[in-house]
Design a binder for this molecule. Structure first.
Ligand code: 5AD
Ligand code: SF4
Length: 454
Protein backbone atom coordinates (compact mmCIF):
# COMPACT_ATOMS: atom_id res chain seq x y z
CA UNK A 1 0.00 0.00 0.00
CA UNK A 2 1.00 3.62 -0.48
CA UNK A 3 -0.99 5.11 2.41
CA UNK A 4 -0.49 8.82 2.90
CA UNK A 5 2.02 9.21 0.05
CA UNK A 6 1.58 12.53 -1.68
CA UNK A 7 1.35 12.33 -5.46
CA UNK A 8 2.09 15.08 -8.00
CA UNK A 9 1.35 14.48 -11.68
CA UNK A 10 2.29 16.87 -14.49
CA UNK A 11 0.93 16.27 -17.95
CA UNK A 12 2.47 17.49 -21.21
CA UNK A 13 1.06 17.39 -24.75
CA UNK A 14 -2.19 15.92 -25.99
CA UNK A 15 -5.58 15.10 -24.47
CA UNK A 16 -4.66 11.43 -24.39
CA UNK A 17 -1.93 12.30 -21.89
CA UNK A 18 -4.36 14.35 -19.79
CA UNK A 19 -6.68 11.35 -19.75
CA UNK A 20 -3.87 8.91 -18.90
CA UNK A 21 -2.65 11.21 -16.12
CA UNK A 22 -6.10 11.23 -14.52
CA UNK A 23 -6.27 7.42 -14.71
CA UNK A 24 -2.79 7.05 -13.15
CA UNK A 25 -3.84 9.41 -10.35
CA UNK A 26 -7.04 7.49 -9.70
CA UNK A 27 -5.22 4.17 -9.72
CA UNK A 28 -2.56 5.34 -7.25
CA UNK A 29 -5.20 7.03 -5.09
CA UNK A 30 -6.95 3.66 -4.78
CA UNK A 31 -3.66 2.43 -3.23
CA UNK A 32 -3.78 5.21 -0.61
CA UNK A 33 -1.99 8.15 -2.30
CA UNK A 34 -3.34 11.69 -2.01
CA UNK A 35 -3.02 14.25 -4.78
CA UNK A 36 -1.03 17.48 -4.38
CA UNK A 37 -0.67 20.46 -6.76
CA UNK A 38 3.08 21.18 -6.47
CA UNK A 39 6.06 18.89 -6.76
CA UNK A 40 7.50 20.65 -3.69
CA UNK A 41 4.80 18.96 -1.55
CA UNK A 42 5.12 15.46 -2.94
CA UNK A 43 6.59 12.02 -2.22
CA UNK A 44 5.89 10.67 -5.72
CA UNK A 45 6.29 12.73 -8.90
CA UNK A 46 5.05 11.65 -12.31
CA UNK A 47 5.91 13.58 -15.47
CA UNK A 48 3.61 12.33 -18.23
CA UNK A 49 5.65 13.43 -21.20
CA UNK A 50 5.20 14.33 -24.89
CA UNK A 51 7.69 13.48 -27.65
CA UNK A 52 5.83 14.89 -30.65
CA UNK A 53 8.20 17.82 -31.22
CA UNK A 54 11.64 18.78 -29.93
CA UNK A 55 10.47 21.52 -27.51
CA UNK A 56 8.10 19.55 -25.28
CA UNK A 57 10.76 16.84 -25.02
CA UNK A 58 13.43 19.36 -23.97
CA UNK A 59 11.04 20.85 -21.37
CA UNK A 60 10.92 17.51 -19.56
CA UNK A 61 14.67 17.57 -18.98
CA UNK A 62 14.53 21.16 -17.64
CA UNK A 63 11.75 20.11 -15.25
CA UNK A 64 13.83 17.12 -14.11
CA UNK A 65 16.63 19.58 -13.28
CA UNK A 66 14.28 21.48 -10.94
CA UNK A 67 12.99 18.25 -9.44
CA UNK A 68 16.55 17.11 -8.68
CA UNK A 69 17.08 20.13 -6.43
CA UNK A 70 13.90 19.22 -4.51
CA UNK A 71 14.74 15.50 -4.34
CA UNK A 72 18.26 16.21 -3.00
CA UNK A 73 16.90 18.63 -0.39
CA UNK A 74 14.44 15.99 0.83
CA UNK A 75 17.12 13.29 0.92
CA UNK A 76 19.07 15.48 3.37
CA UNK A 77 15.98 15.22 5.62
CA UNK A 78 16.02 11.41 5.06
CA UNK A 79 12.90 11.56 2.92
CA UNK A 80 12.89 9.52 -0.29
CA UNK A 81 11.09 11.07 -3.28
CA UNK A 82 10.23 8.75 -6.19
CA UNK A 83 10.52 10.35 -9.63
CA UNK A 84 8.71 8.74 -12.56
CA UNK A 85 8.93 9.57 -16.25
CA UNK A 86 5.85 8.26 -18.07
CA UNK A 87 4.42 8.90 -21.54
CA UNK A 88 5.92 9.21 -24.99
CA UNK A 89 9.43 10.39 -24.03
CA UNK A 90 9.64 7.38 -21.70
CA UNK A 91 8.55 5.05 -24.50
CA UNK A 92 10.90 6.61 -27.05
CA UNK A 93 14.03 7.14 -24.96
CA UNK A 94 13.74 4.39 -22.32
CA UNK A 95 17.03 3.71 -20.54
CA UNK A 96 18.61 6.81 -22.07
CA UNK A 97 16.53 8.91 -19.64
CA UNK A 98 18.16 7.21 -16.64
CA UNK A 99 21.61 8.01 -18.08
CA UNK A 100 20.77 11.61 -18.85
CA UNK A 101 18.76 12.24 -15.66
CA UNK A 102 19.84 9.96 -12.77
CA UNK A 103 17.22 11.71 -10.60
CA UNK A 104 14.64 9.42 -12.27
CA UNK A 105 13.69 6.18 -10.46
CA UNK A 106 11.06 4.72 -12.80
CA UNK A 107 10.57 4.91 -16.57
CA UNK A 108 7.14 3.65 -17.57
CA UNK A 109 5.88 3.45 -21.15
CA UNK A 110 2.50 4.55 -22.47
CA UNK A 111 0.95 1.07 -22.40
CA UNK A 112 2.14 -0.14 -18.98
CA UNK A 113 0.62 2.34 -16.50
CA UNK A 114 -1.39 -0.39 -14.78
CA UNK A 115 1.95 -1.60 -13.32
CA UNK A 116 2.70 1.70 -11.57
CA UNK A 117 1.47 0.84 -8.04
CA UNK A 118 3.69 -2.23 -8.05
CA UNK A 119 6.69 -0.36 -9.48
CA UNK A 120 6.34 2.48 -6.94
CA UNK A 121 6.17 0.04 -4.03
CA UNK A 122 9.28 -1.75 -5.27
CA UNK A 123 11.13 1.55 -5.72
CA UNK A 124 10.20 2.63 -2.19
CA UNK A 125 11.50 -0.64 -0.76
CA UNK A 126 14.82 -0.37 -2.60
CA UNK A 127 17.59 2.08 -1.74
CA UNK A 128 18.27 3.43 -5.22
CA UNK A 129 17.24 0.75 -7.72
CA UNK A 130 15.96 1.87 -11.14
CA UNK A 131 12.92 0.35 -12.86
CA UNK A 132 11.97 0.36 -16.54
CA UNK A 133 8.69 -0.98 -17.95
CA UNK A 134 8.09 -0.34 -21.64
CA UNK A 135 5.89 -3.30 -22.63
CA UNK A 136 2.98 -2.71 -25.01
CA UNK A 137 0.26 -4.19 -22.79
CA UNK A 138 -2.69 -2.21 -24.12
CA UNK A 139 -5.26 -4.89 -23.15
CA UNK A 140 -4.15 -4.79 -19.50
CA UNK A 141 -4.04 -1.00 -19.63
CA UNK A 142 -7.64 -0.89 -20.87
CA UNK A 143 -8.59 -3.29 -18.05
CA UNK A 144 -7.24 -0.73 -15.59
CA UNK A 145 -9.52 1.85 -17.24
CA UNK A 146 -12.51 -0.32 -16.41
CA UNK A 147 -12.29 0.64 -12.74
CA UNK A 148 -15.05 3.08 -11.67
CA UNK A 149 -14.16 6.71 -12.36
CA UNK A 150 -14.80 9.83 -10.37
CA UNK A 151 -16.49 12.74 -12.12
CA UNK A 152 -13.87 15.47 -12.70
CA UNK A 153 -16.23 17.83 -14.54
CA UNK A 154 -19.46 17.81 -16.55
CA UNK A 155 -17.45 17.03 -19.64
CA UNK A 156 -15.37 13.87 -19.71
CA UNK A 157 -12.82 12.20 -21.99
CA UNK A 158 -13.21 8.48 -22.62
CA UNK A 159 -10.41 6.56 -24.32
CA UNK A 160 -11.70 4.15 -26.97
CA UNK A 161 -8.67 3.51 -29.14
CA UNK A 162 -4.91 3.73 -28.84
CA UNK A 163 -2.00 3.69 -31.22
CA UNK A 164 -1.58 4.30 -34.90
CA UNK A 165 -0.73 2.23 -37.98
CA UNK A 166 -0.61 5.15 -40.43
CA UNK A 167 3.10 5.99 -40.16
CA UNK A 168 3.04 9.58 -41.36
CA UNK A 169 6.72 10.19 -42.06
CA UNK A 170 7.08 13.05 -39.55
CA UNK A 171 5.35 11.40 -36.59
CA UNK A 172 6.60 9.47 -33.56
CA UNK A 173 3.18 8.22 -32.45
CA UNK A 174 3.26 4.79 -34.17
CA UNK A 175 6.51 4.15 -32.26
CA UNK A 176 5.52 5.63 -28.89
CA UNK A 177 1.92 4.41 -28.75
CA UNK A 178 2.21 1.19 -30.74
CA UNK A 179 -0.21 -0.41 -33.19
CA UNK A 180 -3.87 0.58 -33.45
CA UNK A 181 -5.96 -1.12 -30.80
CA UNK A 182 -9.69 -0.65 -30.11
CA UNK A 183 -11.25 -1.01 -26.67
CA UNK A 184 -14.26 -3.32 -26.21
CA UNK A 185 -17.56 -1.63 -26.98
CA UNK A 186 -19.31 -2.78 -23.81
CA UNK A 187 -16.50 -1.55 -21.57
CA UNK A 188 -16.79 1.88 -23.19
CA UNK A 189 -20.58 1.99 -22.84
CA UNK A 190 -20.37 0.90 -19.19
CA UNK A 191 -17.81 3.60 -18.44
CA UNK A 192 -20.01 6.24 -20.09
CA UNK A 193 -23.14 5.03 -18.28
CA UNK A 194 -21.38 5.31 -14.94
CA UNK A 195 -20.08 8.79 -15.83
CA UNK A 196 -23.63 9.77 -16.84
CA UNK A 197 -24.94 8.51 -13.49
CA UNK A 198 -22.41 10.77 -11.74
CA UNK A 199 -23.64 13.86 -13.63
CA UNK A 200 -21.43 13.99 -16.76
CA UNK A 201 -23.32 15.37 -19.77
CA UNK A 202 -20.63 15.66 -22.45
CA UNK A 203 -18.36 12.86 -23.66
CA UNK A 204 -15.30 13.23 -25.88
CA UNK A 205 -14.18 9.91 -27.29
CA UNK A 206 -10.41 9.81 -27.52
CA UNK A 207 -7.94 7.98 -29.70
CA UNK A 208 -4.87 8.81 -31.80
CA UNK A 209 -6.93 7.53 -34.74
CA UNK A 210 -10.33 7.63 -33.14
CA UNK A 211 -12.32 7.20 -36.34
CA UNK A 212 -10.39 4.02 -37.16
CA UNK A 213 -12.24 2.52 -34.16
CA UNK A 214 -13.28 -1.08 -34.86
CA UNK A 215 -14.57 -2.63 -31.65
CA UNK A 216 -16.60 -5.71 -30.84
CA UNK A 217 -19.53 -6.03 -28.47
CA UNK A 218 -20.09 -9.03 -26.13
CA UNK A 219 -21.78 -10.93 -28.99
CA UNK A 220 -18.74 -10.35 -31.21
CA UNK A 221 -20.62 -7.91 -33.47
CA UNK A 222 -18.43 -5.32 -35.21
CA UNK A 223 -18.78 -1.75 -33.99
CA UNK A 224 -17.64 1.24 -36.01
CA UNK A 225 -17.32 4.70 -34.49
CA UNK A 226 -20.67 5.69 -36.07
CA UNK A 227 -22.42 2.73 -34.44
CA UNK A 228 -20.73 3.47 -31.12
CA UNK A 229 -21.97 7.08 -31.25
CA UNK A 230 -25.51 5.79 -31.92
CA UNK A 231 -25.31 3.61 -28.79
CA UNK A 232 -23.97 6.47 -26.67
CA UNK A 233 -26.71 8.78 -27.94
CA UNK A 234 -29.28 6.37 -26.43
CA UNK A 235 -28.00 7.22 -22.92
CA UNK A 236 -30.46 9.94 -21.88
CA UNK A 237 -28.22 11.91 -19.54
CA UNK A 238 -25.49 12.28 -22.19
CA UNK A 239 -26.35 15.40 -24.21
CA UNK A 240 -23.20 15.98 -26.26
CA UNK A 241 -20.83 13.60 -28.05
CA UNK A 242 -17.47 14.52 -29.60
CA UNK A 243 -14.54 12.49 -30.90
CA UNK A 244 -10.92 13.33 -31.58
CA UNK A 245 -8.48 12.95 -33.40
CA UNK A 246 -9.62 11.75 -36.80
CA UNK A 247 -7.77 10.84 -39.97
CA UNK A 248 -9.42 11.87 -43.27
CA UNK A 249 -9.16 8.36 -44.78
CA UNK A 250 -11.29 6.93 -41.96
CA UNK A 251 -14.14 9.45 -42.46
CA UNK A 252 -16.39 6.70 -43.79
CA UNK A 253 -19.87 7.20 -45.24
CA UNK A 254 -21.64 5.92 -42.10
CA UNK A 255 -19.73 8.39 -39.92
CA UNK A 256 -20.55 11.29 -42.23
CA UNK A 257 -24.23 10.24 -42.13
CA UNK A 258 -24.07 9.96 -38.33
CA UNK A 259 -23.46 13.72 -38.22
CA UNK A 260 -26.87 14.16 -39.87
CA UNK A 261 -28.81 11.58 -37.89
CA UNK A 262 -27.38 11.96 -34.37
CA UNK A 263 -28.38 15.33 -32.99
CA UNK A 264 -26.09 14.86 -29.96
CA UNK A 265 -23.00 14.55 -32.16
CA UNK A 266 -21.56 18.06 -32.02
CA UNK A 267 -21.26 19.95 -35.34
CA UNK A 268 -17.54 20.51 -34.84
CA UNK A 269 -14.78 18.25 -36.13
CA UNK A 270 -11.02 18.31 -35.72
CA UNK A 271 -9.79 16.85 -39.01
CA UNK A 272 -6.06 17.41 -39.50
CA UNK A 273 -4.69 17.61 -43.05
CA UNK A 274 -1.16 18.92 -42.20
CA UNK A 275 -0.51 20.42 -45.67
CA UNK A 276 -2.51 21.61 -48.67
CA UNK A 277 0.10 20.45 -51.21
CA UNK A 278 -0.31 17.09 -52.93
CA UNK A 279 3.49 16.70 -53.20
CA UNK A 280 3.94 17.21 -49.48
CA UNK A 281 0.93 15.05 -48.53
CA UNK A 282 2.52 12.24 -50.55
CA UNK A 283 5.92 12.73 -48.97
CA UNK A 284 4.23 12.80 -45.52
CA UNK A 285 2.56 9.45 -46.37
CA UNK A 286 -0.86 10.88 -45.54
CA UNK A 287 -2.51 8.41 -47.98
CA UNK A 288 -4.86 10.96 -49.59
CA UNK A 289 -4.68 14.14 -51.64
CA UNK A 290 -6.21 17.58 -51.10
CA UNK A 291 -9.25 16.92 -53.32
CA UNK A 292 -10.15 13.86 -51.26
CA UNK A 293 -10.02 15.99 -48.10
CA UNK A 294 -12.06 18.79 -49.64
CA UNK A 295 -14.71 16.27 -50.74
CA UNK A 296 -14.98 14.95 -47.16
CA UNK A 297 -15.44 18.47 -45.84
CA UNK A 298 -18.12 19.10 -48.46
CA UNK A 299 -19.98 15.86 -47.62
CA UNK A 300 -19.91 16.69 -43.91
CA UNK A 301 -21.28 20.16 -44.61
CA UNK A 302 -24.04 18.60 -46.71
CA UNK A 303 -24.76 16.16 -43.91
CA UNK A 304 -25.01 18.94 -41.33
CA UNK A 305 -25.00 22.50 -42.55
CA UNK A 306 -23.82 24.01 -39.24
CA UNK A 307 -20.57 21.96 -39.19
CA UNK A 308 -17.35 23.81 -38.33
CA UNK A 309 -13.84 22.43 -38.71
CA UNK A 310 -10.42 22.62 -37.17
CA UNK A 311 -7.14 21.13 -38.36
CA UNK A 312 -3.44 20.76 -37.66
CA UNK A 313 -0.84 22.12 -40.06
CA UNK A 314 2.90 21.58 -40.32
CA UNK A 315 5.00 24.17 -42.18
CA UNK A 316 8.54 23.60 -43.40
CA UNK A 317 8.27 19.86 -43.96
CA UNK A 318 11.40 18.66 -45.89
CA UNK A 319 11.20 19.71 -49.54
CA UNK A 320 8.32 22.20 -49.01
CA UNK A 321 8.61 24.86 -51.73
CA UNK A 322 6.99 28.31 -51.79
CA UNK A 323 4.43 26.82 -54.19
CA UNK A 324 3.63 23.96 -51.75
CA UNK A 325 3.18 26.49 -48.97
CA UNK A 326 0.89 28.59 -51.20
CA UNK A 327 -1.20 25.45 -51.71
CA UNK A 328 -1.63 25.19 -47.93
CA UNK A 329 -2.79 28.82 -47.70
CA UNK A 330 -5.15 28.19 -50.59
CA UNK A 331 -6.65 25.11 -48.91
CA UNK A 332 -7.16 27.02 -45.66
CA UNK A 333 -9.02 29.73 -47.62
CA UNK A 334 -11.17 27.11 -49.36
CA UNK A 335 -12.20 25.36 -46.15
CA UNK A 336 -12.59 28.35 -43.82
CA UNK A 337 -11.73 26.89 -40.42
CA UNK A 338 -13.09 27.94 -37.06
CA UNK A 339 -9.85 27.22 -35.21
CA UNK A 340 -6.54 25.50 -36.05
CA UNK A 341 -3.20 24.41 -34.62
CA UNK A 342 -0.05 25.03 -36.62
CA UNK A 343 3.53 23.97 -36.04
CA UNK A 344 6.99 24.25 -37.56
CA UNK A 345 8.20 20.84 -38.71
CA UNK A 346 10.42 19.37 -36.00
CA UNK A 347 12.91 16.59 -36.83
CA UNK A 348 12.18 13.49 -34.76
CA UNK A 349 14.83 10.78 -34.43
CA UNK A 350 13.77 7.45 -35.90
CA UNK A 351 11.10 8.86 -38.24
CA UNK A 352 11.60 8.71 -42.05
CA UNK A 353 11.36 12.49 -42.52
CA UNK A 354 14.27 13.04 -40.12
CA UNK A 355 16.74 11.80 -42.75
CA UNK A 356 15.01 13.31 -45.81
CA UNK A 357 17.02 15.66 -48.00
CA UNK A 358 16.00 19.31 -48.36
CA UNK A 359 15.40 20.09 -44.70
CA UNK A 360 14.01 23.64 -44.55
CA UNK A 361 15.90 26.49 -42.90
CA UNK A 362 14.55 27.61 -39.54
CA UNK A 363 14.03 31.21 -40.69
CA UNK A 364 11.92 30.05 -43.66
CA UNK A 365 9.82 27.93 -41.27
CA UNK A 366 9.41 30.99 -39.01
CA UNK A 367 8.24 33.18 -41.89
CA UNK A 368 5.79 30.58 -43.20
CA UNK A 369 4.41 29.88 -39.75
CA UNK A 370 3.71 33.54 -39.09
CA UNK A 371 2.00 33.98 -42.50
CA UNK A 372 -0.16 30.89 -41.89
CA UNK A 373 -0.96 31.86 -38.32
CA UNK A 374 -2.07 35.32 -39.42
CA UNK A 375 -4.54 33.75 -41.86
CA UNK A 376 -5.75 31.23 -39.25
CA UNK A 377 -6.20 34.04 -36.71
CA UNK A 378 -8.35 35.96 -39.24
CA UNK A 379 -10.50 32.88 -39.74
CA UNK A 380 -10.76 32.33 -35.98
CA UNK A 381 -11.87 35.94 -35.46
CA UNK A 382 -14.30 35.82 -38.33
CA UNK A 383 -15.85 32.58 -37.06
CA UNK A 384 -16.29 34.10 -33.60
CA UNK A 385 -17.72 37.30 -35.12
CA UNK A 386 -20.24 35.23 -37.07
CA UNK A 387 -21.77 34.09 -33.76
CA UNK A 388 -22.50 37.65 -32.57
CA UNK A 389 -26.23 38.08 -31.75
CA UNK A 390 -26.82 34.38 -32.44
CA UNK A 391 -28.38 32.14 -29.80
CA UNK A 392 -26.30 29.03 -29.13
CA UNK A 393 -26.55 26.10 -26.72
CA UNK A 394 -23.98 26.61 -23.97
CA UNK A 395 -22.95 23.95 -21.47
CA UNK A 396 -22.06 25.72 -18.22
CA UNK A 397 -19.30 24.15 -16.17
CA UNK A 398 -17.40 26.57 -13.95
CA UNK A 399 -17.10 29.97 -12.33
CA UNK A 400 -15.39 32.91 -14.06
CA UNK A 401 -11.94 33.90 -12.80
CA UNK A 402 -12.72 37.59 -12.15
CA UNK A 403 -13.83 37.80 -8.54
CA UNK A 404 -15.61 41.18 -8.90
CA UNK A 405 -18.27 39.59 -11.14
CA UNK A 406 -20.62 36.72 -10.42
CA UNK A 407 -19.76 35.05 -13.70
CA UNK A 408 -20.19 31.53 -15.07
CA UNK A 409 -18.27 29.97 -17.96
CA UNK A 410 -19.57 27.51 -20.52
CA UNK A 411 -18.84 26.05 -23.95
CA UNK A 412 -20.70 26.37 -27.25
CA UNK A 413 -21.04 23.38 -29.62
CA UNK A 414 -17.89 24.78 -31.30
CA UNK A 415 -15.83 24.73 -28.08
CA UNK A 416 -15.87 28.52 -27.76
CA UNK A 417 -15.72 29.72 -24.16
CA UNK A 418 -18.69 31.91 -23.19
CA UNK A 419 -18.85 34.03 -20.03
CA UNK A 420 -22.21 35.07 -18.62
CA UNK A 421 -22.77 37.49 -15.73
CA UNK A 422 -25.44 36.27 -13.33
CA UNK A 423 -27.09 38.26 -10.57
CA UNK A 424 -25.06 38.59 -7.39
CA UNK A 425 -27.53 36.61 -5.27
CA UNK A 426 -27.52 33.55 -7.58
CA UNK A 427 -25.41 30.50 -6.84
CA UNK A 428 -23.18 29.71 -9.90
CA UNK A 429 -23.41 26.00 -9.07
CA UNK A 430 -27.11 26.05 -9.94
CA UNK A 431 -26.05 26.41 -13.58
CA UNK A 432 -23.36 23.74 -13.73
CA UNK A 433 -24.09 20.78 -15.98
CA UNK A 434 -26.95 22.62 -17.72
CA UNK A 435 -27.13 23.41 -21.44
CA UNK A 436 -28.91 26.74 -21.86
CA UNK A 437 -29.88 28.88 -24.86
CA UNK A 438 -27.47 31.80 -24.71
CA UNK A 439 -27.31 34.84 -26.96
CA UNK A 440 -23.81 36.02 -27.80
CA UNK A 441 -23.60 39.72 -26.95
CA UNK A 442 -19.92 40.57 -27.32
CA UNK A 443 -16.82 39.06 -28.94
CA UNK A 444 -13.59 39.29 -26.93
CA UNK A 445 -10.15 38.19 -28.14
CA UNK A 446 -10.33 34.62 -26.84
CA UNK A 447 -13.83 34.31 -25.47
CA UNK A 448 -17.40 35.43 -25.96
CA UNK A 449 -19.81 37.19 -23.62
CA UNK A 450 -23.40 36.04 -23.56
CA UNK A 451 -26.83 36.38 -21.99
CA UNK A 452 -28.96 33.39 -21.06
CA UNK A 453 -32.44 33.39 -22.65
CA UNK A 454 -35.30 33.12 -20.19
N1 5AD B 1 6.82 18.28 -36.29
C1 5AD B 1 5.84 19.21 -36.16
N2 5AD B 1 4.57 18.92 -35.87
C2 5AD B 1 4.28 17.62 -35.68
N3 5AD B 1 3.12 17.01 -35.39
C3 5AD B 1 3.33 15.68 -35.30
N4 5AD B 1 4.64 15.41 -35.52
C4 5AD B 1 5.24 16.61 -35.78
C5 5AD B 1 6.56 16.97 -36.11
N5 5AD B 1 7.54 16.08 -36.24
C6 5AD B 1 1.85 17.74 -35.26
C7 5AD B 1 0.84 17.25 -36.31
C8 5AD B 1 -0.13 16.45 -35.50
C9 5AD B 1 -0.09 17.19 -34.18
C10 5AD B 1 -0.62 16.43 -33.02
O1 5AD B 1 1.27 17.47 -34.00
O2 5AD B 1 0.23 18.40 -36.87
O3 5AD B 1 -1.43 16.42 -36.06
FE1 SF4 C 1 0.94 10.54 -36.25
FE2 SF4 C 1 -0.11 10.32 -38.71
FE3 SF4 C 1 -0.73 8.51 -36.81
FE4 SF4 C 1 -1.68 11.04 -36.63
S1 SF4 C 1 -2.15 9.56 -38.28
S2 SF4 C 1 -0.75 9.81 -34.97
S3 SF4 C 1 0.02 12.22 -37.47
S4 SF4 C 1 1.31 8.85 -37.71
Amino acid sequence: MLDGKKLYVKSYGCQMNVYDSERMEENLQSFGCTKVDKHEDSDIIILNTCHIRHNPTANVYSELGRIKIYKDSQLKKSKRVIVIVAGCVAQAEGEQILKQAPVVDIVVGTESYHNLPDLVQKALRSSNEKFINLEFETIQKFDMLNKPRKKQSYSSFVSIQEGCDKFCTFCVVPYTRGAEFSRKTNDIINEIKSLADSGVVEITLLGQNVNAYHGKDVNNNDFTLAKLCEEIAKIDAIKRIRYTTSHPINMTGDLIKAHASIEKLMPYLHLPIQSGSNNILKSMNRKHDRDFYLRIIESLRKSRQDMAFSSDFIVGFPGETDRDFEDTLDLVKQVGYSQCYSFKYSQRPGTPADTMKDQILEEIKDTRLSILQKLLQEQFDSFNNSTLNKTLDVLFESKGKRKEYNQIIGKTPYLQAVAVDISSNTNPEDYYGKILKTTITEIKKNSLLGKIQD
